[in-house]
Design a protein around this ligand. Structure first.
Ligand code: FAD
Length: 486
């Protein structure tokens, strides 16, 4: 008998930023970029191979060595550690309380509280890591404001607050309008609720320091080493890289949005760009016309605006829903916003009109792996059960990836489920059409959401056709009482 050898091809195109790095990475790397971790050449054997040097992969590596010090661990990263979403994000380390609605719908209230508390602890742990590693300046726990910047968004949080209240938890404070305006530094904020346990971070500083900590913990870290294929090799998995291969007892695929090209995983994901601009340093002006430094602010629109003021006096302003990936491909349009940056700046000026003449110093983008459930999932590939995949952070992965590291390392060491409910161990499914209809339909829906939100900003009732199309957003999952609670 000739046993069938299963093989999963990973994207053949090079995973890299097309010549652009985020402000965070530029600050951290300087020019020329140092080569801290060499590429892998030749054949290697390891107990666990982690593919992806973002937060999810690196926290998993660190946790694995802590939990099972005798385990050999190898991390391979196609570009440099932190080159993906982890070094390009908006710098918000948030908890899962804002996702409580999703958590309850997927796992029931009891499990939802356990997971939300663990996600809250994850944010604190990131702060401890920064203090222990001498990069305390990369972490500022000033809290998060969930704000309304138009009338439609007022009270967006009520379902979430009610569900949390019912469980006896109190992560949020209700603020008066005057308090919201004072904290955010802008009268465009009509209302909001405030959560204490959230932080702004310099994400690239943390990612790069994390890679160093991982190496010091005894992990082999290889950069510029892209996994090309995964293949069953007896009881082991062979990971093919351009100049060699790794024979691994288990594989953790923590490749963020790039994992969406594997059809089994991509079925549960929609890959969408998020775009960010950073102003020049504004010094005292920001103290008068900006938010409290370090405070995270997001508004309640679907194409979310998220922003904060850095300690060195810049305004960072990000916007979700930038562009879609055809066939979930991460193309060059995911590295730089191009003309989309004008739309992001327009939102900055709408929110902070006093910054009308602030120059934009940097702009960048990155791919977000939106899951159809709104939460990440942790699954073993059907045909290669030695490969554990984590994807779908849905734009809120900086804090939760710390928790994911704990969960993935537990799953690897014990071979079990880490106590995760079935819904988080399954690829979320929804009937989506095949390409090119999926891509074209996605663009239509995205454009309708943008028009709807534009009308709402001007106090107008959106057109019926836009409301109808916007409601088709497959990632716009909302809790329906009793619908799927278990
Ligand atoms: C613009 C933007 C803004 C965001 N803002 C926030 C925010 O403010 N707060 C928040 O919580 N979350 C935010 N996110 C999401 C957050 O950054 C991520 O969810 C989080 O960093 C976890 O990322 P990850 O480790 O799953 O993936 P990544 O950081 O993308 O890491 C995956 C890594 O895998 C590598 N890779 C891919 N394919 C291969 C391969 N075949 N072989 C080897 N390596 C491979 C990639 O190069 C990449 O470095 C944002 C994301 C983006 C893009």
């Amino acid at each position: 008998m000739n046993p069938e050898r299963f093989r999963v091809e990973l994207p053949r195109g090079a995973v890299r930023t097309h010549g652009s790095r985020s402000l965070w990475l530029q600050q951290e790397l300087g020019q020329p970029e140092p080569s801290e971790h060499q590429p892998l050449a030749g054949e290697r054997t390891t107990d666990v191979c982690i593919i992806g040097g973002g937060f999810a992969g690196l926290w998993t590596a660190l946790e694995l060595r802590r939990r099972a010090p005798g385990t050999t661990v190898t991390v391979i990263e196609a570009d440099i550690c932190g080159a993906g979403a982890s070094g390009r994000n908006g710098g918000f380390a948030l908890t899962w309380w804002a996702h409580f609605e999703h958590l309850v719908a997927l796992c029931g209230a009891e499990q939802a509280v356990v997971l939300a508390r663990r996600a809250e602890q994850a944010v604190r742990s990131i702060g401890e890591f920064c203090r222990d590693r001498g990069i305390a300046d990369a972490f500022h726990m000033e809290g998060w404001m969930w704000a309304a910047t138009n009338g439609t968004q007022v009270g967006e949080w009520e379902t979430t607050m009610r569900l949390i209240d019912a469980c006896g938890e109190r992560p949020y404070e209700r603020l008066s309008r005057a308090e919201v305006v004072e904290l955010t530094g802008s009268a465009q904020h009509l209302d909001g609720v405030y959560e204490r346990t959230s932080a702004t971070v310099q994400p690239a500083r943390i990612a790069r320091e994390l890679a160093r900590a991982v190496k010091e913990a005894g992990v082999d870290v290889y950069e510029h080493t892209q996994a090309r294929a995964l293949e069953q090799d007896g009881k082991r998995t062979k990971v093919t890289v351009p100049d060699g291969s790794i024979s691994a007892g288990q594989v953790v695929l923590a490749a963020g949005a790039w994992a969406a090209r594997i059809p089994e995983i991509g079925a549960g994901l929609v890959v969408v760009a998020s775009d960010i601009i950073a102003t020049e340093r504004l010094g005292d002006r920001l103290a008068q016309a900006g938010p409290r430094p370090g405070l995270c602010i997001s508004d309640g629109r679907r194409l979310v605006n998220y922003y904060h003021a850095t300690a060195d006096g810049r305004m960072i302003f990000g916007k979700g829903g930038g562009t879609l990936g055809y066939g979930n491909r991460v193309s060059a349009a995911f590295d730089h916003p191009g003309r989309r940056a004008n739309g992001v700046r327009a939102q900055l000026l709408r929110t902070y009109p006093g910054l009308w003449d602030a120059g934009v110093a940097e702009r960048w983008s990155g791919p977000v792996d939106y899951s159809l459930s709104g939460l990440p999932f942790f699954v073993r590939l059907r045909e290669l059960p030695g490969v554990l995949v984590c994807a779908g952070f849905s734009g809120d992965g900086v804090g939760p990836s710390r928790l994911a590291g704990e969960l993935l390392s537990e799953m690897v060491c014990d071979g079990g489920t880490a106590g995760l409910p079935v819904a988080l161990r399954t690829v979320p499914r929804r009937a989506l059409p095949p390409e090119p209809i999926r891509y074209l339909g996605g663009r239509l829906v995205r454009a309708a959401i943008a028009r709807k939100e534009h009308s709402e900003d001007h106090g107008l009732r959106p057109r019926a056709v836009d409301r109808t199309l916007a409601a088709l957003d497959p990632t716009g999952y909302r809790y329906k009482p009793g619908a799927s609670e278990r």
